[in-house]
Design a protein around this ligand. Structure first.
Ligand SMILES: Nc1ncnc2c1ncn2[C@@H]1O[C@H](COP(=O)(O)OP(=O)(O)O)[C@@H](O)[C@H]1O
Ligand SMILES: [Mg+2]
Length: 353
């Protein structure tokens, strides 16, 4: 049921450009982890390094006792079969219909008969809700369907680890909500280890067991979702709560002048919004690795922000003091992205108090 991936001291540069250095983290077996970070911080490079498509300068990536960075090409090929990857754009062959795209890894890497392949392809297409679209070309379907086809293709070799590169990019909030639900349902069904790379804060807040934040060529923090969502660490706090105040600027980090100005202006950081309840499987099942809401906070003596861990209709609505800095993706929508009307918002505000 999924394997653990241990990354230690990983550093990657291209020529003289250091992308990130000294990244250490453990992706726990069977859990869903999210890697967040502003665009250009090297999230895709991190995924490609994990699967051995890029070689790190230093550090190790250990899976089942083997360090991937030291494997010979032939052994690497074998380890790579543990991975399923959903690339950013789905990476489908434009001239092949969805069925053939999804069947491709089976035809390339196995000796299965077309009959056996058909069973697997249709099973995976069913899992991602694509039955009936077998003969469509990638160009004939929506972006969301292309992503689901890419996901079905990532599943056909029964991977132990699935890497998602911005599954939510280019999707509207409703389709993102569906895809996030699909990811959680899939994790419950196949219990593989998931790593989702995204810059979507709402996905990071609601989907994973663990969150990491890549920022300024370092891994700023990696740990259980509740740890990051209750963190006072400026970068983590700013990014996860979509706040303007803090070390992250429009382009990259703010310079010392800007930060000094901000401090001198005496503006206080807005309060942390409530920690939403984690998305659970749609059939009501419990994921093997799911923790009880608030468990991490209790174990560590942390008081979560007021209003945390309420049911989905109220959990992510108003903070105690709604204000101009409230992130729009959080206030006014439930965890699954459904808009909440004013009455519910008001009610939630009262409950919070
Ligand atoms: N193959 C490559 N050769 C040289 N530079 C690269 C290569 N791939 C990515 N980069 C650089 O690495 C940085 C991080 O890129 P990327 O991982 O795509 O960012 P993200 O996915 O976080 O938006 C960018 O500056 C990009 O130009
Ligand atoms: Mg990327």
């Amino acid at each position: 049921m999924g394997v653990e991936i241990r990354v230690e001291g990983l550093t990657k540069s291209f020529g003289r450009q250091v992308i990130w250095q000294d990244v250490s983290l453990t992706l726990p077996a069977g859990e869903i982890s999210v890697m967040l970070g502003p665009s250009g911080t090297g999230k895709s490079v991190f995924l490609k390094t994990l699967v051995g498509l890029l070689k790190p300068d230093r550090g190790s990536i250990t899976i089942e006792g083997r360090d991937l960075t030291r494997l010979k090409e032939a052994d690497l090929y074998e380890v790579r079969r543990l991975f399923g990857v959903l690339f950013q754009d789905g990476a489908l062959f434009g001239s092949m219909n969805l069925y053939d795209n999804i069947a491709f890894p089976l035809r390339e890497h196995t000796r299965k008969t077309e009959r056996a392949i058909k069973d697997i392809v249709l099973d995976k297409m069913d899992m991602v809700g694509l039955i009936g679209s077998e003969s469509k070309l990638p160009g004939e379907v929506s972006g969301g369907m292309r992503k689901r086809a890419g996901l079905a293709r990532a599943l056909v070799l029964d991977p132990e680890i699935i890497l998602f590169d911005e599954p939510d990019s280019g999707l509207d909030p409703v389709r993102t909500a569906y895809l996030n639900q699909l990811i959680v349902d899939l994790n419950a069904a196949i219990e593989a280890t998931f790593l989702i790379v995204t810059h979507d804060i709402n996905t990071a807040r609601t989907v994973p067991d663990n969150i990491g934040l890549l920022y300024h060529r370092h891994l700023a923090m990696f740990g259980p979702r509740e740890m990051l969502l209750s963190s006072e660490e400026p970068v983590v706090r700013q990014f996860l709560n979509a706040q303007r105040q803090g070390p992250i600027g429009m382009a990259e980090e703010k310079d010392a002048d800007e930060l000094a100005q901000e401090e001198a202006s005496g503006q206080e950081l807005p309060a942390l919004p409530p920690i939403p309840i984690q998305l659970s499987p749609s059939d009501g099942a419990t994921r093997a690795t799911a923790r009880e809401p608030g468990a991490w906070c209790r174990e560590h003596g942390i008081t979560p922000p007021p209003g945390s861990f309420q049911s989905s209709s109220t959990a992510t609505t108003a903070t105690a003091t709604p204000g101009r800095d409230d992130p729009p993706a959080i206030a006014g929508t439930t965890v699954d992205g459904t808009p909440v009307d004013g009455t519910e918002l008001a009610a939630a505000g009262r409950c919070d108090g």
